[in-house]
Design a protein. Structure first.
Length: 127
């Protein structure tokens, strides 16, 4: 379970972007963060992924504090980080390729992720 308790994060002293955020996300749940530009969506995701430490509060995964980036936690932002010249399947499999996983296994895992998201069959599309 991914949990945030009383999460507060400021980019400038005295101006919190996030304040008192609490969430419990189960292992079979999916989270979409939606809101206007500048409301703290990316800041929240970075804190949950260990890419940014909160000023106050905590983030835990299965009871273990997230204090740095972890290989078992990832985020997908709306546009950034996608390679527009690569297919959806290649974009999803990129992290596994970087880790040195063989083509057949990484594509099998990437297709499983697409199926889990309900977008199987879109693997040859481009972002």
């Amino acid at each position: 379970m991914l949990q945030a308790y009383d999460l507060t994060k400021s980019h400038r002293p005295g101006e919190p972007v996030l304040q008192g955020v609490n969430l419990d996300l189960g292992s079979e749940e999916t989270l979409a963060v939606v809101g206007p530009s500048g409301c703290g969506k990316t800041t929240l995701l970075y804190a949950l992924a260990g890419l940014s430490l909160p000023d106050h509060g905590s983030v835990t995964l299965d009871g273990e504090a997230i204090l740095a980036p972890r290989s078992d936690v990832s985020i997908i932002l709306q546009d950034y980080g996608l390679l527009p010249w690569q297919t959806v399947l290649d974009n999803v499999a990129l992290g596994l390729k970087i880790r040195g996983m063989g083509r057949a296994e990484r594509y099998e895992r990437a297709r499983a992720q697409l199926a889990e998201l309900g977008i199987q069959g879109r693997d040859r599309d481009f972002p």
